[in-house]
Design a protein around this ligand. Structure first.
Ligand SMILES: [Fe+2]
Length: 397
């Protein structure tokens, strides 16, 4: 591989980034941060509630000094529009100074959508991309995102993913740059209790987001510089955190990288794996991180094969190669060879983490054609044929 390459700095548009407070123990800062907005808060958590655990009890005790807290622990899976509508209906007449989401990506997305709908009312369905007909104006109640997993990066994105499973199902976003959380409070200690299978699925979602935004046709110097380091951190740290959940250094690396993946996806976009997440996610009930993780190696293998045949000097090949070279001791390989090393690394990660196949969740071979037709390739560096899309799915069904 040739020596140092300096990339051209092209024009780009940078979307909002929240005020970020990162580090072990930073949850302690939440009460003081909330005071900046007022003293009435709506706190949304998951059903397996963080609030009943040790950190939650400490937080509640520290918040209760004169504050009016409405606590809602109900989000158990990826939220639907009616989940959001129900919460908004219940609290729309109340004075709420800030909404806090404490939980995994589903909780953060639900809380983000609630903060976006409390001021405008009506059904969120009307404002979902490709589903409703109205454009959200971007106004919201101040929103603080506190992730307890390291995955979706919702703490730093402008969208909330909402889904409905079924014949006319969908998995689409409520999106506006005004919906970026006011504060992302990222305390990696909160993820140490995350079980191995959730750690691995969430981490693979973040890795998918980083790789897809890194090789995106809309990538730019800003997102690339963030994505490169975060990809390396996840590949190194994810197996460690899955093996030993209390490895705080690994947890810090994952929490940081997941947060960065939100920034890079919001600014450079996503690719075909997230296209599948949308088309498959509307048909069957499968955790988003499992779906992304299980397809990650196969999808990038097909993308690279296509590029090596059609456009071997494509920026995406050079980027695959750059990460591949970082993890390879052998010197003087070609860009193509280092790129293949990177794909092999991804495939090994999928295998080592033992990510379930999509067939385990009810996806049938006869559904694949339809899914391939519905799959957007968004910002993918190459337009894959239907046959190539089917090859990805068949490799992991
Ligand atoms: Fe994702």
């Amino acid at each position: 591989m040739s020596g140092r390459q300096i990339r051209m700095v092209n024009a780009f548009h940078l979307s909002g980034i929240p005020r970020i407070i990162f580090g072990p123990g930073t949850l302690k800062k939440l009460p003081a941060l909330l005071k900046e907005f007022g003293d009435q808060y709506l706190i949304i958590t998951g059903a397996t509630s963080f609030m009943s655990g040790h950190s939650g009890r400490i937080l509640m005790n520290s918040l209760e000094g004169g504050s009016n807290i409405i606590y809602r622990g109900r989000i158990i899976k990826e939220p639907s529009p009616s989940d959001v509508d129900d919460i908004v209906k219940e609290y729309s007449g109340k004075e709420i100074d800030a909404v806090v989401g404490i939980g995994g990506g589903s909780v953060l997305d639900a809380a983000k959508a609630v903060s976006a709908m409390l001021r405008i009312g009506g059904s969120v369905r009307e404002y979902i991309e490709g589903v409703g007909t109205r454009k959200h104006p971007g106004i919201k109640i101040p929103f603080i995102a506190v992730p307890t997993t390291a995955g979706t990066g919702s703490e730093s994105t402008e969208n909330a993913v909402l889904s409905e499973i079924g014949t006319n199902g969908f998995k689409r976003s409520l999106r506006h740059y005004g919906l970026v959380p006011d504060i992302a409070l990222v305390d990696p200690e909160l993820t140490t209790g995350c079980p191995p299978e959730i750690t691995s699925a969430s981490g693979m979602d973040a890795l998918t987001q980083l790789i897809e935004s890194y090789i995106s046709v809309n990538a730019n110097t800003f997102t690339d510089s963030l994505a490169e380091e975060a990809i390396r951190l996840i590949i190194t740290s994810l197996p460690k955190a899955v093996k030993n959940g209390s490895d705080l250094n690994a947890r810090k690396a994952l929490s940081y990288s997941a947060m960065i993946s939100g920034i890079t996806l919001a600014n450079a976009g996503l690719g075909v794996v997230h296209g599948f997440a949308s088309s498959i996610g509307g048909c069957i009930d499968i955790p988003h991180g499992v779906l992304c993780g299980t397809l990650l190696g196969a999808a990038n293998r097909i993308i690279l094969n296509n590029l090596l045949n059609t456009d071997p000097v494509n920026a995406a090949v050079m980027k695959y190669a750059k990460i591949g070279m970082f993890f390879t001791e052998t010197k003087n390989l070609t860009e193509g060879e280092y790129a293949v090393r990177f794909i092999e690394l991804l495939e090994k990660l999928v295998e080592d983490l033992d990510l379930p196949r999509i067939g385990n969740y009810g996806l049938k071979t006869e559904m694949l054609e339809n899914i391939a037709d519905m799959t957007s390739q968004k910002n993918n560096p190459v337009k894959l044929s239907k046959d190539e899309l089917l090859q990805i799915l068949k490799a992991r069904i």
